[in-house]
Design a protein around this ligand. Structure first.
Ligand code: URA
Length: 250
């Protein structure tokens, strides 16, 4: 793809604009035989975007069976996530303290996370850790995962059907961790967790996400990868972090 076009698309994408999926020019893989779609229940909140396609692979019964986070991780490690499992090294489950009040929801693992098997360990994760440290939070004070747990090829954004496939896992993950506050990191997570789009407008605006019947306050913030490219926006991020600190102390 043309370099200038790629950089414009990345910029829009980071800013939360719904970018057409033109980055997917990678050679097509031979598809493994996959289970056919089922009629299983739609998962509860985080709510699907209105036109979200039904996932071809149904994770709901597997997620529902997991009674602990350890069981959920074990089930996800074994799960065949279709094309994502073909390209990713492993399932990237979570890091941090599952007992923490704060649960952070990122987008999807990148290359570093795919290698390490832990979310947010690359450059943007280091910035996120620094941002959290600036309001006094260490890894003991938060628990962090992603909307999609397998690295999409070439670090592209997760597609709608991939988000839907992972949604039962995300819902169960949140239900089992039972955080008091959610931090929604980036535009992809925003639209996956709420019916909202446009992180530029929605950052810093508290939302309520309902998971398994429980309402959880949720704050959308800029993705640290976006802040690495747009450091001038760190002042907005700082404001959002202060709002988060106040909520956590309340
Ligand atoms: N970006 C994310 O959204 N999640 C990660 O785990 C890494 C980078």
């Amino acid at each position: 793809m043309d370099k200038a076009l790629k950089s414009v698309l990345e910029w829009w994408d980071a800013a939360g604009v719904d970018v057409p999926d033109v980055t997917l020019s990678a050679p097509k893989r031979k598809a493994k035989p996959r289970p056919t779609p089922t009629q299983s229940q739609a998962p509860q909140n985080p709510r699907p975007a209105p036109a979200a396609p039904k996932p071809a692979i149904d994770a709901a019964p597997i997620a529902a069976k997991a009674k602990t986070l350890a069981e959920l991780k074990a089930a996800m490690d074994k799960f065949d996530a279709g094309a994502l499992s073909d390209s990713a090294r492993q399932c990237v489950f979570a890091r941090g303290n599952p007992e923490a009040d704060l649960m952070i929801i990122g987008e999807a693992p990148g290359r570093d996370e795919d290698i390490a098997g832990k979310p947010f360990v690359g450059r943007s994760g280091q910035l996120l850790d620094k941002m959290l440290a600036s309001i006094g939070l260490t890894e003991d004070d938060f628990y962090i995962t992603n909307v999609v747990n397998w690295r999409p090829p070439k670090n592209r954004n997760p597609k709608a059907d991939e988000i839907e496939m992972c949604r039962p896992f995300l819902n169960r993950h949140i239900e089992l961790a039972a955080p008091k506050v959610l931090l929604i990191v980036g535009g992809v997570s925003l639209s996956a967790m709420t019916e909202l789009t446009g992180i530029m407008k929605q950052r810093g605006q508290w939302q309520t996400v309902t998971v398994a019947g429980k309402e959880i306050p949720a704050l959308p913030i800029y993705h640290p990868a976006f802040l690495l490219r747009q450091p001038v926006l760190k002042k907005d991020a700082w404001r959002d972090l202060l709002a988060l600190r106040i909520r956590l102390q309340a």
